[in-house]
Write a protein that binds this ligand. Structure first.
Ligand SMILES: Cc1cc2nc3c(=O)[nH]c(=O)nc-3n(C[C@H](O)[C@H](O)[C@H](O)COP(=O)(O)OP(=O)(O)OC[C@H]3O[C@@H](n4cnc5c(N)ncnc54)[C@H](O)[C@@H]3O)c2cc1C
Length: 514
């Protein structure tokens, strides 16, 4: 089988851009690479905007990156190669302003146990629901494991192994912060994969945490990739040992913009916006129809949301799983106050569990941006900046009818919430309100099995013509998206005779437990 030489990448979010970037670095310089983006800009959900006279930075999508794990290393390697180091803004693990995290339960802000033993003990002993969870953690190692490869909801797994209240209060809050999703629907296997793997291998999460090492569940390819990156960036990566989060001076969009600028300098790369892909036709080559033109490729990499890919494929019944998972919509309300110190607590922000009794506006959480990333605005520390996230799975029914609350109403509700939760009565100097429609894919129970079927279906029907990457498959964080695009490109460019779909991990993952 000859290696493809003419790639079209569908979608110019971080997944599509990074696939193009890796191809541009590692494929031969005669390889043609075209990125087709439907909207008028690149970056997808990454949206960093400066607002008002003081050019305050508001993030409407992702706001922070984590340096840990293989995905963290892959993105840092990219950051290093794109010369973004001078723009880095890092928060260290011991930074007082950002390290504490809170939940709102049942009707007040409660500090979660952190890294300091003393303050953790204080929060456990002063909050009944935290105190009550201790026995279920101690007894977890004695609970029988589920049968092999059994998937279930996050709520079922955590209630079975720990307790219903840990699931309802702590885990549902966490899931609001990551997926804006419902713990009664999301798959444990595809969201908290490590916890799932620990039970599968050690019969207990706690036992597994004590006995496993960090690299235990990495595939051979992951280990190889990690070694190369660690060897190449040893000094640079060591700086991040004490970093918990980072971003850039002008926000996360600096990363996607840097990739775009780098790609623009490559002769074999073309980037096109305003090219909404409407149809794919598979023959000897693949024909890609957009509202602007028809393009041809010998290999198409889809970095679109899986449902968007579903709608442009010629035979809908071949890959039905592409349309199975919904995506939730999230309202983001960014506010900046002209006072540096209006928050009653120091910390990163707070999340609201699904079980919090009175949450009429469906708030998922509030991020204290000016604590988390204090130096993105000039002059620093003069403002208090917050982002309120609302909706997510709570918006599911109105999402179908596209009947979202009006922006003025969302703003009013946010101001009311901040009065009630944080005692903030001031009027914001700047604000930005938007609804990010269908922005976070929800990995419902059975996601892994569906990926497996999808892998074989792509292999059988579109072998070596189509592969997939993006937030719909193996993780939604920027780290996951970049890592999966990197692995996909390396697989395509390797000399292996295997068909590459982007989902081949399903063929090797089970080996961990055999
Ligand atoms: C509010 C919010 C907060 C988040 N916070 C964080 C965070 O703090 N840290 C973190 O790591 N992650 C965070 N995430 C997750 C992360 O930002 C996303 O999962 C990631 O950006 C998805 O990238 P992607 O390229 O896979 O998809 P997308 O960004 O969805 O890109 C897909 C692209 O395809 C284009 N497209 C769609 N259909 C077509 C078509 N038919 N033809 C051509 N183009 C098309 C779209 O316009 C889009 O540009 C957050 C996400 C959201 C929404």
């Amino acid at each position: 089988m000859s290696r493809p030489n003419n790639f079209v990448i569908l979608g110019g979010g971080i997944s599509g851009l990074s696939a193009a970037w890796y191809l541009s670095r590692y494929a031969s310089s005669t390889t043609k690479i075209l990125v087709l983006e439907g909207s008028n800009r690149f970056g997808g959900w990454i949206k960093s905007k400066r607002v008002g006279q003081h050019k305050i930075l508001f993030e409407q999508g992702p706001r922070t990156l984590r340096p840990n794990g293989i995905g963290g290393s892959v993105v840092l390697d990219m950051v290093n190669k794109l010369n973004l180091t001078p723009s880095l803004h890092a928060v260290t693990k011991d930074d007082d302003a950002a390290k504490d995290r809170f939940i709102y339960y049942p009707d007040k802000i409660v500090k979660l146990p952190g890294t300091s033993l003393l303050s953790s003990m204080k929060s456990v002993f002063t909050n009944n629901f935290l105190l009550k969870s201790i026995p279920s953690i101690l007894f977890e190692p004695f609970i029988k494991p589920a049968r092999n490869y059994h998937d279930e909801t996050i709520h079922e797994f955590i209630s079975r192994r720990f307790s219903k209240s840990i699931s309802d209060i702590l885990i549902s809050a966490l899931i609001h912060g990551i997926y804006a999703g419902d713990i009664n629907k999301l798959s444990i296997r595809s969201t908290f994969t490590r916890l799932y793997n620990l039970e599968q291998k050690y019969g207990s999460v706690i036992k597994g945490l004590l006995m496993s090492n960090k690299e235990e569940f990495l595939s051979q390819q992951d280990k190889y990739l990690l070694k190369i990156i660690n060897d190449e960036n040893k000094d640079f990566l060591s700086i991040f040992k004490n970093v918990s989060l980072y971003s850039f001076k002008d926000g996360i969009e600096q990363l996607s913009s840097a990739i775009v600028n780098d790609l623009k300098n490559k002769e074999n790369v073309q980037l096109k916006t305003n090219n909404q892909v409407t149809k794919l036709e598979f023959g000897e080559n693949v024909k890609i129809f957009t509202n602007e033109a028809v393009y041809e490729a010998d290999h198409v990499i889809s970095a679109l949301p899986s449902r968007a890919l579903y709608y442009i494929l010629p035979e809908k019944d071949v890959l039905p799983h592409l349309s199975y998972n919904p995506s939730v919509s999230v309202a983001t309300i960014n506010l900046a106050y002209a006072h540096p110190k209006i928050l009653p607590v120091k910390g990163f922000g707070y999340l609201i569990p699904q079980s919090t009794p009175h949450n009429p506006y469906h708030v998922l959480g509030v991020v204290f941006d000016s604590n988390a990333m204090p130096l993105q605005d000039e002059p620093s520390r003069t403002y208090t900046k917050l982002t309120i996230m609302m909706g997510g799975h709570y918006f599911n029914s109105i999402s179908e009818k596209d009947d979202f609350p009006k922006k003025e109403i969302l703003l009013q509700q946010s101001i009311e919430i901040l009065e009630k939760h944080l005692g903030i009565y001031s009027t914001p100097l700047y604000y930005l309100v938007d609804i990010q429609k269908n922005c976070i894919p929800q990995y419902y129970v059975g996601h892994y099995s569906r990926l497996k079927e999808l892998h074989y279906a792509i292999k059988n029907h579109y072998a070596n013509r189509l592969s997939v990457t993006g937030a719909s498959y193996w993780g939604i964080s920027i780290n996951d998206c970049v890592l999966n695009s990197a692995k996909l490109v390396l697989n395509i460019l390797s000399n292996s005779p295997n068909v590459v779909t982007g989902l081949e991990e399903v063929e090797i993952q089970n080996e961990h437990y055999l």
